[in-house]
Structures are given as C-alpha cells and as structure tokens.
Design a protein around this ligand. Structure first.
Ligand SMILES: *Cc1c(COP(=O)(O)O)cnc(C)c1O
Length: 424
C-alpha cells in the first residue's frame, strides 16, 4: 500500500507506510491517504468474527493493519499489535460493548492506561514508532501541546519506548487535577512536562513556532503525535470493525454509528471502514457547540473559527477540523488539484469555503451515509441524566453528545452503536 498527499499531483506513485509513519503533514501541506482503500468482503468479515472470538482484538487489529502496512513483515506487525492491545494495557476484552435501551449500544474505548479514548490509537503509535526508529537507527523528540487527554495518552504510550523522548507543553493550572496527576507523576528522564504560564493556544503557538524552524527541527529530530498522523486514523478503523462484529455477534446485518468528533479523526475512521465495505449504514456525526463540522454537513460551508469555545465536552473543542481534508479528498474523486484549490490559502483566520453548490456536496448523505448534528451543554446534562435514570449508566459528556445526536437520527428497527470515549 502506498500513500499520497491529499494535495498531490495525479500520477504520484506515493510512499510506503513506514515512510509516512513518522511524518505529520506532507511536504505540500496536505495529509497522507492510501492510494486506494483495501476492501473487506463478507467472507473476510466472517473469518475475522471467528478470529475475534478465538484470539481477541489484537488479532483483528493485525488483520486490518496488514492491509495498510504491508511493508512491515507480518511477524513484526503481529507483535506490534499484540503488545499495543495486550490485556495488561486495555483489559479483557478490548472494546467491550454494552446494549442500552432502544437498540443503542456503547463501545467502550476508554479502558486504556490513561482512561482516555486517545489511548486506543496512541498505544499502537508508540509501538510502531519504536519499531520503525530502531529499524532506521534513529531517535525522535516528540514536541506537543495538550489541554489534557492527548498529552497524557501520548506520554503513557511513549514511556519507555526506545529512542523516544517526549516534551509536552500544557497550560499551567488549567488541566484537570486527574490529568495533572497522570502526567506530572511520571518520573522518567525521557518524559519532560513543561507547564506554560498561559492557555492551551499559547502552548500550541510555541510548538508551531518551533516547527516553523525547519533546520532546528531536523537538527533535533523533532516529531509530533498530532491527530493528522495517518497511523492514528488507521488504528481507529480497527475498533469500528470490532464494534461491528461484537454488536452483530453471529447475526451480521447493517448498523448505524453515532460518532463524537471534533477534528474529524474519529468519524474519518468510520468513513474509511465504510468505504472498505464494513456494513455501516448511517454515520451520524456529532459535535458540541464547536460545530464547524456539523455546519459543513448541514450547509456545505466549511467555516474555520478564530478560536474554539470552551465547553463541557472539551476534547472536541476545536476551531478547525484537522482531518477534514481527508474526506474532501474522497468527496472530490481524489483530485489533489481540486483539494489544493479548496484549501489553497490554508484558510487563515476565520476563512471559509463554500461547497454548497457542488453536486458532490448534494450527494453526501446518499453516497457516504453521513448525517450530522450538534449538542449543547443543556443537551449533554439532559442526556446524561436520562440515561443514568433509565439504564443506570453514567455517560461521559462526549458520549452524551453522540447519544443525543444519534437518537435524533435513530431509524426504527435499526441498531446503532456509539464509540464511547470515556467510561470511568
Ligand atoms: C479526541 C476525542 C474525541 C474526538 O476525536 P476527533 O479526533 O476530534 O474526532 C471525542 N471524544 C473524546 C473523549 C476525545 O478525547
């Protein structure tokens, strides 16, 4: 499998998985995408169903990953998946599902080391990075900024990984006490926490400033683990396959998924799984008050905000959806020139693109199954209270956003499951 940038010229032969693994943005400013999606036919899915029952999540992760990372020898890739999704890391089973009232299921994604959904992808990334760095005889200094979740998930995933040092900037006194305890209690010379006197955006600006200095970056082997990394997206494809298999145990059929998303990472993985042939019906995209994506899917206008609003589902507080360009690439027939023209000026400040008049936009729901909605603080509280009363289960606020929007689109007799980011 080879990968090209969403802004590439047609005919670009692309690069293998291991060559894009350690990269963030492609040199032309686009995001890496596989040249084509591998397909999963019904027979393969039944084989994987048996594999899941007999050998668990890591075995299915290997089957999915090998379709995308065929330049890693199979025995090595199997080991990577087994270590990333070991019982000691995620418990057993990995990604259990729970049936709720009215045909709704929850897929539990927060049983990893930091109790954050980000662990699902980050643990695999830690294993892949260590593997590839040692193969190349290189080291990597990961520089990141966090408001909570991503920083701790990254630190726990990279901790003890040979050749990797993490420098993580966070806004002093602004993370939850739980996240501060998680990060600041790590006593390892290769995990460096830097508390910045400022807000999250100040931390991110510092990282951007350092990254703008190309020669400094090269000299110090700087890298990132941000959400545009392709391996993070592909790691998330796996839990859609496993969630599907668990919810449809024995029976098969089509299910809808309702997905809480901000950066278009979580829903991008659902989109890819569906394109690969996983029988997903509707992909319900749920945002919070930061509804950049919901606005696009309702109106065709993608309008980057100048700043994100602070909400009670903070891991989806974004002003710009960093993986969205991947979907636009598919939407416009993988035409890199078209994508380049759409994102040409990188939408500085609060720029907007209007795709409402295009036939591609008009066909989204029909062709890609994507429908969207957003949820407010009041919706979140009401949904959490209602589910707690009815099912005796306390949802985290991001899941509540997905449950709220998912219920709006629920189809009689259909089954729906929601990847549930936090369950503790
Ligand atoms: C990161 C995150 C999301 C959304 O992920 P995207 O990559 O923005 O789609 C949802 N819920 C929780 C708890 C998260 O941490």
């Amino acid at each position: 499998m080879r990968y090209v940038s969403t802004r590439s010229e047609s005919g670009d032969p692309g690069l293998p998985f291991c060559d894009i693994l350690l990269q963030g943005l492609a040199p032309d400013g686009g995001l890496y995408m596989p040249l084509q999606y591998p397909s999963i036919d019904p027979h393969t899915l039944e084989v994987w169903r048996t594999l899941l029952t007999e050998h668990g999540y890591a075995a299915v992760a290997f089957e999915v990953l090998r379709l995308f990372a065929d330049d890693i020898p199979e025995a090595d890739l199997r080991g990577i998946c087994e270590r990333a999704y070991a019982t000691e890391v995620f418990g057993d089973p990995v990604v259990p599902v729970t049936e709720m009232e009215g045909g709704l299921w929850l897929a539990h994604l927060s049983n990893g080391p930091t109790a954050a959904f980000k662990d699902m992808a980050m643990q695999l990334l830690g294993q892949l990075f260590e593997y590839e760095l040692s193969r190349r005889g290189q080291v990597l200094n990961i520089l990141g900024a966090t408001s909570g979740d991503t920083g701790s998930a990254a630190e726990y995933a990279m901790l003890g990984r040979h050749g990797i040092t993490v420098f993580m900037l966070s806004p002093q006194g602004r993370m939850s006490p739980f996240q501060q305890a998680q990060m600041f209690s790590l006593n390892d010379p290769r995990i460096v926490n830097l508390a910045v006197d400022g807000v999250f955006d100040d931390c991110q600006d510092l990282v951007k400033e350092v990254n703008a200095d190309a020669s400094f970056k090269v000299r110090h082997s700087l890298g990132a683990v941000n959400s545009i990394n392709w391996a993070r997206v592909v790691a998330q494809v796996v839990y859609y396959v496993v969630g599907y298999l668990r919810v449809t145990a024995e029976t098969g059929g089509v299910i809808d998924v309702s997905v809480p998303t901000g950066n278009f990472g979580n829903i991008c993985a659902a989109h890819i799984a569906r394109q690969m042939g996983l029988p997903l019906g509707q992909l319900v995209l749920a945002t919070n008050e930061n509804n950049v994506l919901d606005e696009f899917f309702r109106t065709g206008v993608y309008r980057v905000r100048s700043s994100a609003e602070e909400t009670s589902s903070p891991s989806m507080d974004i002003s710009k959806a960093s993986n969205f360009e991947r979907f636009i690439f598919d939407l416009f027939g993988r035409d890199g020139a078209r994508v380049r023209s759409i994102f040409a000026a990188d939408l500085p400040g609060s720029g907007a693109v209007d795709l409402s008049g295009t036939p591609e936009f008009a066909a989204i729901a029909q062709r890609y199954g994507i429908v969207s909605g957003s949820s407010s603080h009041a919706d979140r509280l009401a949904t959490i209270a209602q589910v707690a009363d009815h099912d005796g289960y306390v949802l985290d606020p991001h899941t509540a956003d997905a449950v709220k929007v998912g219920r709006h689109y629920a189809r009689p007799g259909s089954r729906c499951w929601s990847p549930k980011p936090h369950c503790r």
